[in-house]
Design a protein around this ligand. Structure first.
Ligand code: KG4
Ligand code: ZN
Length: 347
């Protein structure tokens, strides 16, 4: 028998965003707040883990109070609490986990730890109109999480089962955009900058090495492309940047589209494709997907693209209301810093 949590609180603190959200029935975002620490870390040129954890500790409780006040909801109305379990910065994750555990204990409600990377898929699904049946009609689906940290392709027979069918062997796709951007002297993050330049460039002047081209090779690879760009950059003039960006972008995205197409051959019953993570914002990528993949394509609305707690609450709702896996009910769980490839890979 399915359980019935209606209103789920989501708590997110895996990196440099503190976020809380209330989501009803896994798809209606009642209220969502995000406090970004970007400015705090900017002067260090990257996220400082200990500072991130201390900031979460300062911000989380007032942010929760603000959420409840603005939503005009009493904490007692919360049916379950979902929290990011990992991957992420352990100190930062522990702050969110402790807060969520304390609140769930005080309210005597279930506490649901969820994987942050998987939650991004549910963030993308939150973009579907609230009256659409986002819980059922799109499954089985293929989901690609393509960000600065991950390039994971999943087959999802249902909303809580993530079968990892391809992941990167080296750098993440977004990471390669960022590294190439740095190489060309572009501001961080490189992805949007490269896309902007590529729009003005011609494809074909700078042939790129083709990585993981074999159809049977279900993996992504970006380090060879990056090395090629390092060598190429030595002889480039700034007038070449637009063309070189066009070719680099094309190859970086080609891999994604090709493996999605192979995924469809492996799982022909797939009804929809969800693409989540920062790279999903790339318009050329969206066009390539539309041209090549004959399935319903679901891209996240911008507000659920980057880290947020609505995606945590939505995924938590699905976990709570499915009978698939109840091990979280024991409350015997740890936060984790690295994605658990061994647990989710089917290769
Ligand atoms: O998911 P996200 O916001 O953050 C994490 O990585 O967790 O993704 C950020 C990544 C960066 O590597 C950024 O360069 C890339 O997404 N990105 C893009 C574009 N916009 C953001 N890559 C290619 N084209 C874009 N338009
Ligand atoms: Zn994230």
């Amino acid at each position: 028998m399915p359980r019935t949590a209606k209103l789920v609180l989501g708590v997110e603190s895996s990196c440099d965003e503190t976020a809380v959200a209330l989501v009803r029935d896994g798809r209606e975002v009642v209220h969502s707040l995000i406090a970004s620490q970007v400015e705090t870390h900017a002067k260090f040129g990257g996220v400082v883990p200990e500072i991130a954890a201390r900031e979460h500790l300062n911000i989380l409780k007032p942010l929760f109070d603000q959420l409840m006040r603005e939503a005009d909801i009493e904490p007692r109305a919360i049916d379950a609490v979902a929290v990011s379990q990992g991957p992420g910065l352990v100190g930062a994750l522990l702050v969110g986990a402790s807060f969520a555990k304390g609140l769930a204990t005080f309210l005597n409600r279930p506490l649901i730890p969820v994987d942050h990377v998987h939650a991004h898929v549910h963030g993308a699904l939150l973009g579907l109109a609230a009256n659409e049946d986002a819980t059922q009609s799109n499954y089985p689906l293929l989901a690609l999480v393509v960000s600065g940290g991950h390039t994971n392709l999943y087959a999802m027979p249902d909303s809580v089962t993530f079968k990892l069918i391809a992941h990167t062997m080296d750098d993440a796709c977004g990471e390669s955009f960022d590294k190439v951007g740095k190489l060309l002297g572009l501001p961080y993050p490189g992805g949007p900058q490269i896309e902007r330049l590529a729009k003005a460039g011609q494809i074909g002047r700078f042939p790129m090495p083709r990585m993981v081209e074999k159809k049977s090779q279900m993996a992504f690879s970006y380090s060879g492309l990056k090395t090629h760009m390092v060598q190429l950059a030595r002889s480039l003039k700034s007038a070449d940047h637009a063309d070189v960006c066009a070719d680099f972008q094309e190859e970086a995205l080609r891999q994604l589209v090709q493996k999605l197409a192979t995924g469809l051959e492996m799982f022909p019953e797939t009804r929809a494709i969800v693409i989540a993570g920062g790279v999903a914002a790339n318009q050329r990528f969206r066009a390539m997907c539309t041209d090549t993949l004959r399935r319903r394509l679901i891209f996240p609305p911008l507000k659920y693209c980057s880290d947020n707690a609505a995606m945590i609450a939505a995924y938590g709702w699905h976990v709570y209301n499915s009978d698939a896996d109840t091990k979280w009910m024991t409350r015997d769980w740890e936060v984790y810093s690295r994605y658990k490839f061994e647990e989710f890979s089917i290769q």
